[in-house]
Design a protein around this ligand. Structure first.
Ligand SMILES: Cc1cc2nc3c(=O)[nH]c(=O)nc-3n(C[C@H](O)[C@H](O)[C@H](O)COP(=O)(O)OP(=O)(O)OC[C@H]3O[C@@H](n4cnc5c(N)ncnc54)[C@H](O)[C@@H]3O)c2cc1C
Length: 455
């Protein structure tokens, strides 16, 4: 039996179990699953299972294993490398599992495996509560959380993964299991930073926080001031209180030239935040300032508006630096000077405070010292991406001498071998042992893991 026939047989068998609407090999539903944030991804899965329940996920996994089909999990569709679509494989699409419920008394949300940050905030905000999410609303909460999850509340409450209380998983052997600190603690440790390498997360419980409104927004500096602003920002980021997390973004500004966006999010007492925000406005002469009280949902929306366009072509590199040294500032200025399209950019995430106080060995996430994580994102309209990829590579290369080993697994591409080897820091051996124990046949391939002696 060739690959196509095996997939066809598997799809028919599964359609008999789940119903033909949930198992699709073509048509609009199939194309919806294939439509990722990164339009450059061309993989064509053999078929898609549009799961609605944990039973659907178990049935899909069982079929993939019996027919020896490669498997992937698709949720928010924002992995830039397109790992959610396995070419000629079976895709478990969780976008029908976006339900979120909130227990306002215990401040816990139950979040479906396909829910986005916007889904979670929409249900928690009416209770005056927020989850720790990333900066963009349409990113999948599970994918973000399992890989780490940098966001506007990270300084105060840690990464998204530090707020994961438990997870319902379907494992490679088909078992469904709930993991937390007391139940399969080693697996719970591994999924907190080890990404989707251990199972399909169908639901998770996440801690919520009493954050209703933030003092947040944008301060946009003209590019000519970038070096001076970044230089002065360095000390502010180092000394920032937990309540202040500042994202800095090199992006095309309102006038069409590169600009430096300083994006503060103050989650503490608003009166105490004013002085911090004003300090950020005095780093130069802003071309635009749009800072004020806003809901968490408004902040996500504001970020969504800054270049979050599904279907363009993207390539990304990442570097993690401990601070904005003179050489790092020079590399970022060079990035803006040489950018090849007005769509490309470099968001720089601020990791400090509560996120940095979590002991590195307590979760699989590998870098817990204060740092800045740069996403170097080349963006172009469909066409030849070579010059734009080259730009991203050159920015990554320029930052390399000052970078910490490794990098953020959610942003590493499959070919970033040296960085992958260091991405989990002191946790690499333990993570690989967990992979060998819970997924010995490598059913799940997700964020890259370091090489083993066997591979
Ligand atoms: C525009 C944009 C903004 C971003 N902003 C941030 C940010 O602010 N902070 C940050 O930390 N990261 C950020 N990221 C990175 C993002 O967290 C990762 O790309 C994440 O994997 C996206 O998850 P997804 O569900 O949207 O993607 P998908 O492509 O659907 O999934 C990616 C992979 O995650 C795994 N996965 C997803 N859901 C599940 C599940 N339920 N069970 C098991 N495995 C699962 C699978 O391995 C899957 O292949 C951003 C990415 C983009 C494109």
């Amino acid at each position: 039996m060739n690959e196509d026939t095996a997939a066809m047989t598997a799809a028919q068998e599964l359609a008999g179990r789940l119903g033909p609407n949930l198992v699709v090999m073509s048509g609009p539903a199939y194309q919806d699953t294939r439509r990722l944030w990164n339009g450059a991804v061309t993989s064509r899965p053999a078929f898609v299972v549009r799961a609605r329940t944990q039973d659907d996920v178990q049935a899909a996994l069982d079929t993939a294993r019996r027919h020896d089909l490669p498997l992937s999990v698709r949720a928010g569709g924002h992995d830039w490398a397109g790992r959610s679509l396995r070419h000629n494989g079976l895709v478990i699409d969780l976008t029908g599992m976006r339900q979120v419920t909130v227990d306002a008394e215990t401040r816990v949300a139950a979040v479906g495996g396909g829910a986005t940050a916007t889904d979670v905030i929409a249900v928690s905000a009416p209770h005056g509560l927020s989850a720790v999410t990333g900066t963009v609303g349409s990113v999948g909460m599970a994918g973000l959380t399992l890989g780490g999850g940098y966001g506007p509340l990270s300084g105060r409450f840690g990464l998204a993964v530090d707020n994961l209380l438990s997870a319902d998983l379907v494992l490679a052997d088909g078992r469904s299991i709930t993991v937390d600190e007391d139940h399969e603690p080693e697996l719970f440790w591994a999924i907190r930073g080890g990404g989707g390498n251990f199972g399909v997360l169908t639901s998770m419980r996440v801690r919520l926080h009493a954050v209703d409104r933030l003092l947040a927004g944008l301060i946009v500096y003209p590019w000519a001031q970038a070096a001076k602003v970044l230089d002065q920002l360095s000390q502010i980021l180092i000394a920032a209180p937990d309540e202040l997390t500042v994202q800095t973004v090199i992006l095309t500004g309102p006038g069409g030239a590169p600009a430096l966006f300083v994006v503060p999010a103050w989650s503490g007492d608003p009166a105490a935040g004013e002085a911090h925000v004003e300090e950020l406005q005095r780093l130069g002469t802003p071309a635009l300032t749009q800072v004020g009280p806003m809901t968490y949902g408004d902040l996500l929306h504001l970020n969504d508006a800054q270049g979050e366009v599904t279907g363009r072509h993207y390539a990304a590199r990442t570097r993690t630096v401990s601070r904005l040294t003179a050489d790092v500032v020079a590399a970022f200025v060079e990035a803006g000077d040489t950018v090849t399209t007005p769509l490309s950019g470099v968001p720089i995430h601020h990791f400090h405070g509560a996120a940095a106080r979590v002991p590195v060995e307590s979760t699989a996430f590998g870098i817990r010292q204060d740092h800045l994580m740069a996403e170097i994102v080349a963006v172009w309209e469909p066409g030849d991406g070579t010059p734009h990829r080259t730009w991203a590579d050159s920015v990554a290369d320029a930052l390399a001498p000052d970078a910490l080993p490794g990098g953020y697994p959610n942003m590493l591409g499959p070919r970033d071998h040296a960085q992958i080897a260091g991405a989990y820091g002191p946790n690499a051996a333990r993570l690989l042992a967990a992979k060998a124990r819970f997924d010995p046949d490598g059913v799940f391939s997700a964020t890259p893991l370091p090489p083993t002696a066997a591979n």
